[in-house]
Write a protein that binds this ligand. Structure first.
Ligand SMILES: Nc1ncnc2c1ncn2[C@@H]1O[C@H](COP(=O)(O)OP(=O)(O)O)[C@@H](O)[C@H]1O
Ligand SMILES: [Mg+2]
Length: 244
C-alpha cells in the first residue's frame, strides 16, 4: 500500500481549473519528483496534499487514513512535514533557536515540562544542524546565512518532527549549482526513514535524486513512472519542447 495516495484531484479557482483529475502515489521511502511546465498545477497539488487547499473533488489518503479534509495540524501529527516557497525561518533568532522552536513545536507542553528534555533537545538540535552542515553557525542569526543555507535550515526544521513524508516545493530556487549539488547530498540520507515529494524545475537535479516522477500538464497527469520511463516517454519530451 502506498504511503500517500491522491486520486481524482480536481481543484477549481472560480472559472479556472488548476487540477483536472490529477493523481499522485508515493511509496514509503520513495523520493518522488513532481514536474511539469509553469502553471501545470504542481504547487496546487502539493497544497492539496499538505492541507493548504482542499480539493474541489478527489481523495487524499496518507498512512492508510483518509485525510482529504484534515487540517494541516492533523496532517503534521500523522507524520507529514513541509517546506513551501514562503520561509518559516525567524531571521532574528539564531539557527539554534530556530531548530529548537521547530522541535518544541512538535512536543507536547506537558512532555517538555516534565521530561529532562533540555539535554535531549540540545543533542537533537545540534545533531540536526550537523546533518545540514550548519553546526558551526549555531549561534549566528538566521539572517546571516546565505540563501542556500537558509533553505537547508528550513529543511532541517521540517525534519525536526521526524516525519514519514516531506514535501518540498522548489527548494533549490535561487541556489547556485554547487548549492544544488549539496542539497541533493543532504537529502539522500533522509530516505532511510522518510519519503519525499519534491517540485523542481532543474531536471538534472530531480533525475539524480528521485526514484519516480509524475509529470503534470494542464492540471492532469501526463505520465508517472521511474525516471528512466519518464525520460524515454515521447509525450514528456513534446510537452517540454512545446513550452520551452
Ligand atoms: N489561489 C489561487 N487562485 C486562483 N488561481 C490559482 C490559485 N493558485 C493557483 N492558481 C492557478 O492555478 C494554475 C496552477 O497553478 P500552480 O499550481 O501554482 O502551478 P505550478 O506550481 O505548476 O506552476 C495556474 O493557472 C495558477 O494561476
Ligand atoms: Mg509552483
Amino acid at each position: 500500500m502506498a504511503l500517500l495516495e491522491a486520486t481524482g484531484i480536481v481543484k477549481t479557482f472560480g472559472k479556472l481549473t488548476a487540477l483536472n483529475g490529477a493523481a499522485l502515489s508515493v511509496a514509503a521511502n520513495e523520493f518522488h519528483g513532481l514536474i511539469g511546465p509553469n502553471g501545470s498545477g504542481k504547487s496546487t497539488l502539493m497544497k492539496c496534499v499538505a492541507g493548504a487547499e482542499v480539493p474541489t473533488t478527489g481523495r487524499v489518503s496518507f498512512a492508510g487514513a483518509d485525510i482529504t479534509e484534515a487540517s494541516p495540524a492533523e496532517r503534521a501529527r500523522a507524520g507529514m512535514s513541509l517546506k513551501f516557497q514562503i520561509t518559516s525561518v525567524l531571521p532574528a533568532l539564531t539557527l539554534y533557536d530556530n531548530v529548537l522552536l521547530a522541535l518544541q513545536g512538535k512536543s507536547s507542553l506537558v512532555g517538555l515540562v516534565f521530561s529532562r528534555s533540555r539535554g535531549v533537545l540540545h543533542d537533537k538540535v545540534m545533531g540536526m544542524l550537523e546533518r545540514f552542515r550548519l553546526a558551526g553557525r549555531a549561534n549566528d542569526p538566521a539572517s546571516a546565512l546565505s540563501h542556500g543555507q537558509q533553505q537547508w535550515l528550513e529543511i532541517a526544521m521540517a525534519l525536526a518532527s521526524e516525519p514519514k513524508l516531506l514535501l518540498l516545493d522548489e527548494p533549490t530556487g535561487g541556489m547556485s549549482l554547487e548549492e544544488r549539488r549539496v542539497t541533493g547530498e543532504l537529502l539522500q540520507p533522509i530516505k532511510a526513514g522518510c519519503s519525499l515529494v519534491i517540485v523542481e524545475h532543474d531536471l538534472d537535479f530531480i533525475r539524480d535524486i528521485c526514484d519516480r516522477l509524475t509529470v503534470l500538464d494542464q492540471g492532469s497527469v501526463l505520465c508517472s513512472g521511474t525516471v528512466q520511463e519518464i525520460q524515454s516517454n515521447p509525450k514528456v519530451q513534446e510537452v517540454y519542447l512545446r513550452r520551452a
